[in-house]
Design a protein around this ligand. Structure first.
Ligand SMILES: Cc1cc2nc3c(=O)[nH]c(=O)nc-3n(C[C@H](O)[C@H](O)[C@H](O)COP(=O)(O)O)c2cc1C
Length: 310
């Protein structure tokens, strides 16, 4: 490839067409507009919105965040205003963002299979701009629903089978860090179009003076650079277990971090915690990823998906 020619960066994540593989991880990028002051959000391939449920949720009490070496712990507990209020507040911006060429992925949360169905129905009817719907069946910070449903192949598949008849749009399923190969396989059979992984890893931090948890619950989800190598391994495992396109998530701070996921088998990647301390990180990752593809002498990033060798 001549050095002047830019490589092709467009990818297809299970029917979600992205101008480049860079997405944002749910819950770390709000509903997008908050970041317009830092960069042109439409330069990203996609954004994934904060998880929302049919009705508003309060989330967990404070403290909900704790910083650790190379990472952070959160127990936000999917606080959200409910899908109707979210769409009233952010729908016009998200619709405009989609018109500017950035795929908008909305995320559905629920405490039960029925609540996931209600959330998907609301998006189906009131969010025509959404390129896809992500099902969060892996939140570790809520007492029922989330990881409590998505941690077994049977539970994960049950949610997808229940919502599948309610939307024709691409369904992305957000997986946690457990039983990756079995669950990926079950989700493919149940009708998912793509998988995103991983959600945060359950972890603990204890204040030894007070002998109390550093957060309002005994456990919280660990994210950031500390989980990156684990997430790369899990994407590679999912890639070996199913043929669905994957979105790799975990500790991405640079184009090289994103490239590891692509080589392990991901079609797209999401930047998460890094958005919180470096708000322009995602657009820089997109630039650096393109440079890496060119440096590899490839014309098309799709040729590098799963191209890892031992
Ligand atoms: C403050 C915070 C809120 C989050 N909220 C959600 C959420 O609403 N839905 C979800 O699927 N994941 C949520 N996550 C998990 C991220 O989307 C991502 O999977 C995880 O943080 C790993 O990526 P990272 O290491 O790049 O942050 C949240 C993470 C953080 C740090």
């Amino acid at each position: 490839m001549s050095s002047a020619k830019k490589p092709r960066m467009t990818v297809d994540l299970g029917g979600i067409r992205m101008r480049n593989p860079v997405n944002t991880a749910s819950g770390t990028f709000g509903f997008g507009s908050e970041f317009e002051g830092f960069f042109d959000v439409a330069k990203l391939g996609a954004i994934t919105c904060k998880g929302c449920s049919a009705k508003p949720w309060d989330g967990n009490p404070a403290p909900r965040l704790f910083e650790t070496p190379s990472g952070m712990m959160n127990s936000v507990g999917l606080q959200n205003p409910g899908i109707p209020a979210m769409l009233a507040q952010s729908g016009a911006y998200l619709s405009g963002l989609a018109a500017r060429g950035c795929a908008v992925i909305v995320q559905a949360a629920g405490h039960s299979v029925e609540e996931y169905v209600s959330a998907v129905e609301l998006y189906e009817e009131h969010a025509p701009f959404a390129a896809g719907i992500e099902l969060n069946i892996s939140c570790p910070n809520i007492a029922c629903g989330g990881a409590a449903i998505g941690s077994t192949p049977e539970g994960a598949a049950k949610v997808v089978r229940a919502v599948r008849p309610h939307t024709q749009r691409p369904l992305v399923v957000k997986m946690g860090p457990v039983r990756v190969q079995e669950i990926a396989h079950a989700l493919e059979d149940a009708g998912a179009d793509a998988l995103s992984l991983i959600n945060t890893i359950p972890a603990m931090a204890i204040d030894v003076s007070s002998r109390r948890s550093r957060l309002s619950r005994p456990t919280a989800g660990l994210s950031g650079p500390a989980i990156h190598p684990i997430a790369v391994r899990m994407v590679w495992e999912a890639h070996s277990a199913c043929s669905l396109p994957l979105c790799g998530i975990g500790g991405i701070q640079s184009g090289a971090d994103a490239a590891e996921f692509i080589l392990a088998g991901a079609t797209a990647v999401s930047v998460g915690t890094a958005n919180l301390y470096d708000p322009s990180c995602a657009v820089r990752v997109a630039r650096e990823l393109e440079s890496w593809v060119a440096e590899q002498g490839a014309d098309d990033i799709n040729d590098l998906i799963g191209a890892f060798t031992c």
